[in-house]
Design a protein around this ligand. Structure first.
Ligand code: HPA
Ligand code: ZN
Length: 351
């Protein structure tokens, strides 16, 4: 239930400040997608890796994507510089500092172990490095951060089982599993058995679905993988029955507006389905996906979105932040603390 805040009496010129300042959770962030060109070059030098680009600017210029696959090709190439535990720690720390500056109080961070184990980097090196940054963020930045292991859906279910096995010694450092990479041609049912095993292990389950793939992949992720959240899920807007199901269950969608425009899932932010999803009563959230590649971190997403949607005001800002806590994998008592902080900030902005 919304608190008794008179949103209509919050001046619109307060909105950018509120969007920046409001506490929020980021639930759809690929840590490898936070690798900025500057850090790619620093790590290349540290590890003696030769890059195909002469400098930071040339690399940035190569970020001209036309769809998900053209992005993934360059995203996986960028990860070649990650070799040692410290590299993973530095990458995650850089993100967590930016997240703290954006008033992210909770981050549920995706990582792609298969991208690294395929190159001979052990899963322990990856998880120990990322985990160290998360722990430091908790103590030094006041950001609560946890890890979600993603399986690459263009690889086989056997490969996913093998990765799960490699991760088991680090089970306590992982809060859940996800599914990412090339969507079309790799439906969720391909991973039904590995997700069943993950649920037995007590892991939370999410999956990318309905980014480029059809609404049937969203239903498939719900029915065959029993996920607790859908990542992206914007194609649900094409299916009224599915919309109704998602609204009734309040099963969250982690939406990434700038990513969707960059990868041509939608033409412009003004035409983004998020307003329709929110109006239909879905628990939709705003996230950055791969901010080093898509032109912005979480607050850049919020600011660009509200700039493009003049019909949106303080009510929608509050709702999106509130949804992010509702959708997060933390105990209800912790959600209530952040929700109360959010309510106080908006109540104080009423004139
Ligand atoms: N979709 C699928 N796979 C990904 C993405 C995405 O948006 N980002 C990183 N891997
Ligand atoms: Zn994603």
């Amino acid at each position: 239930m919304p608190p008794p805040i008179d949103f209509d009496r919050i001046p619109r010129d307060q909105l950018p400040w509120l969007l920046r300042k409001m506490p929020k959770a980021e639930l759809h962030i690929h840590i490898e997608g936070t690798l900025e060109p500057e850090l790619i070059f620093t790590l290349a030098q540290r590890n003696g890796v030769n890059l195909a680009y002469p400098g930071v600017e040339a690399l940035r210029e190569a970020y001209a994507f036309t769809n998900l696959q053209s992005f993934l090709d360059i995203y996986y190439a960028g990860t070649s510089v990650l070799r040692q535990e410290q590299d993973f720690c530095d990458m995650a720390w850089d993100y967590l500092e930016k997240a703290a500056a954006d008033h992210v109080v909770r981050a549920e961070i995706f990582f792609d172990p298969q991208t690294h184990t395929e190159r001979g980097v052990s899963i322990g090196t990856v998880i120990r490095g990322l985990r160290r940054a998360c722990q430091r963020a908790n103590s030094e930045l006041g950001v609560s951060a946890d890890l979600i292991l993603c399986f690459l859906r263009h690889l086989s279910e056997d490969a996913a089982f093998e990765t799960l096995g490699q991760a088991l010694p680090y089970r306590e450092h992982i809060i859940g599993v996800g599914l990412d990479s090339s969507e079309i041609g790799h439906p969720p049912e391909k991973f039904a058995r590995v997700y069943a095993r993950c649920r037995e292990l007590g892991l939370n389950a999410v999956a990318h679905a309905g980014e480029e793939g059809p609404p049937a992949y969203i239903s498939g992720a719900l029915d065959m993988l029993e996920v607790q959240r859908i990542d992206h899920g914007v194609r649900s807007a094409d299916d009224p029955e599915l919309l109704q199901r998602l609204a009734a269950s309040r099963l969250p969608l982690t939406v990434c507006p700038l990513s969707n425009v960059k990868l041509r899932v939608c033409r412009t932010l003004a035409e983004h389905p998020l307003p329709a999803l929110l109006s239909a009563g879905l628990c939709a959230t705003v996230n950055s996906d791969d901010p080093a590649y898509f032109g912005g971190y979480i607050n850049d997403n919020f600011l660009a979105l509200f700039e493009a949607l003049p019909q949106w005001g303080a009510r929608e800002a509050w709702q999106l932040a509130s949804n992010s806590f509702e959708a997060s994998f933390v105990p209800p008592a912790q959600k209530a603390i952040w929700q109360a902080e959010l309510d106080r900030l908006f109540a104080a902005a009423v004139v």
